[in-house]
Each structure stands twice: as structure tokens, then as C-alpha cells.
Ligand binder design. Sequence first.
Ligand code: SF4
Length: 352
Amino acid sequence: MRDGDESRAGAALLDWYDRHHRGMPWRMPPAAKAAGARPDPYRVWLSEVMLQQTTVATVRGYYEKFTSLWPTVSDLARAEDADVMAAWAGLGYYARARNLLKCARAVLKDHGGVFPDSAEGLRALPGIGPYTAAAVAAISYDEPAVVVDGNVERVVARLWADETPLPGAKPVFTDYATRLTPAARPGDHAQAMMDLGATICSPRNPACALCPVNDFCAAHKAGIAASLPRKMPKPEKPTRQGTAYLARRRDGAVLIETRPPKGLLGGMPGFPTSGGVGPEIPPPLPAYWQNLGEVRHTFTHFHLVLQVMVAEVGNNATPWTGQFVAGASFDPAVLPTAMRKVWDLAAAAPAP
Ligand code: SF4
């Protein structure tokens, strides 16, 4: 990208977005906005929180579930913690769900159920970082806030053919994104950048021939697009070992433990687990524990290997941790994915 090309590239991008934007349930199409409709900041915020580290395809169903259960931020603020955590189960990164509730309650208590209408005001809410504040302010209120995520970093690194490796390049890439953000329609511009990065300027095989800004793209001209952005090598993830204890009473009740509110899988239901995701603990009750094998799950910073121990116990068995939940009331869909894998392994095992 040459100096002075930014506004022409921005205009070409918006023109492309008008014709090719992706339809999403939380999105306000350009034609509707032009007719005066405004995006609902609650829905924009909810979708942006869900989309962190998660694909659009996965988020759609969760978004529909949340907005039908809790159509407004005030409804969400009044929801029970356990209901929200259950609705979030399987989406991962459970701190997001806890922060979602904190934020919704702050919007209701401190702002009368109306989201602040600036990135600065949004940033002051619990759980809203600079990216989410900028995205919600740009998309909901057309504030020319600069929205920079991995897609945007990739696009600008290529437009400017900047070979500085991430994460050190972040401030420079933010500067490029700022130069590209127009004063008019910054919300649609932010979404156009997201769409371009997700559909055309893809990580491995950018479809430069179809790209609306290929005339301005230095990496495309130099033939190095697919190699950008450069990244510092990531440290190897460690592997942690643990043991999950799945106890079932003869009447079908399952021993469930709600994890502490803070930390990994905080506030989520699961099976008592020793090591791996918490401290070493003894089995939850004396029993004949049978080892069914292991399940593996990868979190952001480590791989987890859990040995799955199962036991059938009497109806009067008293665990030192957790509570038995009647089989008829237990829904494995509320489990986070790592615990769901434990459940699935036990469910697939032949009866003793
Ligand atoms: Fe990405 Fe290619 Fe478009 Fe450049 S021309 S922005 S590398 S898709």
C-alpha cells in the first residue's frame, strides 16, 4: 500500500462489502442501515464475545439460543448463573461466560440496561477489552474506533508487505488499520475487514484474484502474500496429567462437582478431578474404581490428559466433594468439552 492509497482502498472495500457481506443473525445489512435501522449493541456485544477464539459456524447456534432465552441485556443480567453457564457449555473459554454476566449486570445496574455509546464508555465495563469495545462502538454506533483482530492483522500485514513478526508488530499493524479506517461507515468497514480476512485473504491460500483491494496490495505484487504475517515461534504447550472420577449410584444418579468460580472451567459442572485442572485430591469416595482409559483435551496454554476412573456405588454413598444428581435430571450437554469427553468415554464403555 502506498501512502495516499488508503482512502481509495477503503472505498473499494466498502463497495465490495455492500455486494458480498456475509449474512449473520447479529448483523445489520448495509441496505437496512442505509434505511435508518441501527444494530442492537447487546447483540453485537454478545456475538463479539462469543466469536473470540470461536468460529462463526459454532457461534450461530449459541447466539440463537442466548437471544431467544434472554432477548435483552437486562434479561441476561437477571438470569441465574447456572442457567447461563449451562447455555454456554461446549463453547469453551468459560471465563467469557462469567464476564458476560458481570458485564450485563453492570449495564443494568449502572446504565439502566443501555450500553454506553462510546468505546471509552464500553471499555469501563467489566470483561470488555479494547478489541470488543472498539468493535461494538464501531458496529453499533459508527464510532471510527479501530478494530484489530487476527484477520485484520493479516490483511494489513499483506497490504503493506510488512515482514515484522507478530506479536511485536502489533502497534505498527494497528497504525496501518487506523490509516485505513474511514470517517464514514467505520462499522461496515470493520465488518468488511473481518469478512475479507475470513473469506478471501485467508491464512494459507489468499484468493488475490478475487480481492477488492488487490490493486493496492504490496504483498500480492511481491508474490509473498501467503507468507505473511510473520510470527515468532510459539513455545511448545506443556502436557498436564490428571484423573477424573465418575461415580454413579445404583439408582442412576451421577456425582457432579461444580468447580470453583475462578480459574480454569470456573463455575462449570464436572466430575471430581485430581491434578491436571486443579490440585491433587483423593477419590471422592471409597469404591472399586475402574480405569477406563484416557481422554485428551487441549486448552489455550496446555494439553490435558485425564485418566477416567469409574465406579458404581450404593444409593447411600456419601462423597466428600460434589453432589449426586438424579440420572433423569442430569443433562451431559451442560458439561464443558473436557468433561463431556470423560462422560462420552464412560458412556461408550461396555457395562461391567
Ligand atoms: Fe490479501 Fe491478496 Fe487481497 Fe492482498 S490481494 S489483501 S494478500 S487477498
